[in-house]
Ligand binder design. Sequence first.
Ligand code: TXA
Ligand code: MG
Length: 346
Amino acid sequence: MNTKLWVVDKDVENKNSYPQIEEAAVLLRQKEVIAFPTETVYGLGADATSDEAVAKIFEAKGRPNDNPLIVHIAKLEQLNHLVSAVSPVAQQLIKHFWPGPLTLVLPKKDGVSEKVTAGLETVAVRMPDHPVALALIAQANVSVAAPSANRSGRPSPTLASHVYEDLNGKIAGIVDGGATGVGVESTVLDCTSDIPTILRPGGVTKEQLEEVIGQVMIDPGLENETEKPKSPGMKYTHYAPKAPLTVVEGTRSYIQQLAKEKQAEGLKVGVLTTEENHSFYQADAVLSCGKRSEPATVAAKLYEALRAFDAAGVDVIYSESFPKEGIGIAIMNRLIKAAGHQIIVE
Ligand code: TXA
Ligand code: MG
């Protein structure tokens, strides 16, 4: 398949017509799969009302069928076609955080494709805070099911070039709107439990949610691997660079020592660090993902750095760890998954 590429800029809001987005929207309506930027990561979109279109997402990604998709909407009225009830708490959250990186799991309406929900009684919905995403969904005039636009298991794409790397030839098109922004995916919040529960930490933090609705829980399956996570996607290996990654809870000197030991065995070693610590390390590839003092910059650069280790051709990677607070919870969640749970504590 020939994958079309459209380059667009973010001032789409101020234009009456945008031929590239119109072309992409027509293909979406024709049940093709299109990658597009959101404020978190690039999404791989298809008409959520069409089994045929949604099946193409799973095919292109190589995604297991029991992992449900998030449905993206551009206008609130689209929610009525998807969910059977919006609790007062969910309404408050929508008012506060949409458009934005918060996905709400709500009771689904009959008729929502089983391919989207993987047979669950709930559906995950969000309104992305990105002018290109909103324009595309509005133009297509359908709700758009969209997982992250990476091959299953790979780091999520924060640039159109990452999508191209993974999916060129497998999808109808890529709308290139530049770098995404937040860098980690949306927070997935189950609003069907008595106390709303975070199934996947992401762009909106637990603290931010609690300021608006009071107590929020974190799915015990996230912390404790023996429990079955409620968000089916959290059980798969994810975000992984090609070389094995180990997260180190320890000092810079300890990480440097681990790197030296591997080099002595003849291996090429990568270190994932931050701008503050970059000059401290000697290894074959020392890559920094943002500033430790500004965790949002780490979230924004994390996946790009993980992908860059592939290009560097290292054999093993050690990563610094981050405080598990605010957006740091999402950063550590992704890092630990990328590491397949390999953690060394000094
Ligand atoms: O930021 C994001 O959320 C990005 C952009 C493209 O919007 N999308 C994304 O989709 O990360 P995906 O498919 O990579 O992750 C969706 C997550 C998975 O962990 C999935 O299991 C969970 O949401 N999920 C979807 N529907 C669910 C449901 N009904 N109940 C529980 N978890 C659900
Ligand atoms: Mg994903």
